[in-house]
Design a binder for this molecule. Structure first.
Ligand SMILES: [Zn+2]
Length: 251
C-alpha cells in the first residue's frame, strides 16, 4: 500500500489513528480499573485474614488463662473440702473458731475466683462468637472475590481481544502514512496525554485551548497543508459538514 501524500488525506488517516488510539486507551483504562479494584479487594481480604489470626491468638491466650484460673479454683475447692473435714474433727472451741475463720476466708476467696472464671468464660464465649462472625464474613467476601476473579478473567480476555484487534488496525492504518509522520504522531501522543490530533473550534485548538493565528486556520480550512498547533504541536483539523444543498459549514 502506498502512503498518502495529500495533506487532507494525511489528516484523515491521522484522525483514524487517533480514534484507534482513543479506543485502545479507553479499553486499557477499563482493564487497569478492573485489576486495581480486584487488587484492592484482595488487599482488604489479606488484612482481615491477618486480623483474624491476631484475634485467634488472643483467644488462645485467654483460653490458657482460663485453664490456669479454673485449676486454681479447683485447688481452692479442695482446700475448702479439707477445712470442712478438719472442722468435723475439732473438739476445742478455740480451734473451732480458728478453723471457722479459715473456712470463711477460703469461701471468700473461692467466691472471687468463681466470679473471675465466670467473667472469663463469658468474655471468651463472646470473643469466640465475634471471631466466628468475622470468619463467616471473610468467607463470604472471599466467595465474592472468587466470583469476581472468574468474571474478570472473561472480561480481561475480551479486553485483550479488543486491544489486539485495535493494534492490528493501527498497524494497517499506520502503513498509509510516511514513517516520519507516524514517528512524530507517536512522539506528540506520548507528550500530550495520548492526544496527537485535535479539532479547531472557533479558531481555538481544543487540545491546549490556545487561540490560533487566523492564517493557520485558513490553511486548515483549505486543506492545503498539514498544520500543527504552534503551542502544543498537535495536528489540527476542522470539521466541515455539508447541508442538503451541499453548502459547507464548520462544526
Ligand atoms: Zn494546541
Amino acid at each position: 500500500m502506498s502512503t498518502v501524500t495529500d495533506p487532507s488525506e494525511i489528516i484523515d488517516v491521522l484522525r483514524k489513528l487517533q480514534s484507534i488510539d482513543d479506543k485502545i486507551r479507553s479499553v486499557r483504562q477499563g482493564r487497569d480499573g478492573l485489576l486495581a479494584n480486584f487488587e484492592k479487594l484482595n488487599k482488604v481480604l489479606e488484612h482481615r485474614d491477618s486480623q483474624l489470626d491476631v484475634m485467634r491468638g488472643k483467644l488462645a491466650e485467654a483460653e490458657t488463662w482460663h485453664t490456669k484460673k479454673s485449676n486454681e479454683l479447683e485447688v481452692e475447692r479442695e482446700k475448702l473440702a479439707v477445712a470442712k473435714n478438719k472442722l468435723r474433727g475439732v473438739t476445742r472451741s478455740r480451734e473451732y473458731v480458728a478453723v471457722n475463720r479459715e473456712l470463711h476466708n477460703i469461701r471468700k476467696s473461692l467466691g472471687h475466683r468463681e466470679d473471675e472464671v465466670k467473667r472469663l468464660t463469658t468474655a471468651i464465649e463472646e470473643f469466640r462468637a465475634t471471631i466466628e462472625m468475622e470468619n463467616n464474613k471473610v468467607k463470604e467476601l472471599r466467595g465474592q472475590a472468587d466470583d469476581e476473579a472468574a468474571n474478570n478473567s472473561s472480561s480481561l480476555t475480551e479486553m485483550k481481544g479488543h486491544i489486539d484487534g485495535a493494534e492490528e488496525r493501527r498497524a494497517a492504518v499506520s502503513k498509509q502514512l510516511d514513517t516520519g509522520i507516524v514517528r512524530r504522531y507517536n512522539r506528540i501522543s506520548k507528550a500530550r496525554d495520548g492526544v496527537s490530533v485535535t479539532r479547531v473550534v472557533d479558531g481555538v485548538c481544543s487540545g491546549c485551548n490556545m487561540v490560533l493565528q487566523p492564517r493557520f486556520v485558513e490553511q486548515i480550512m483549505r486543506g492545503s497543508s498539514l498544520v500543527q498547533c504552534s503551542h502544543c504541536s498537535r495536528y489540527l483539523f476542522i470539521e466541515i459538514v455539508h447541508d442538503e444543498n451541499g453548502q459547507p459549514s464548520v462544526v
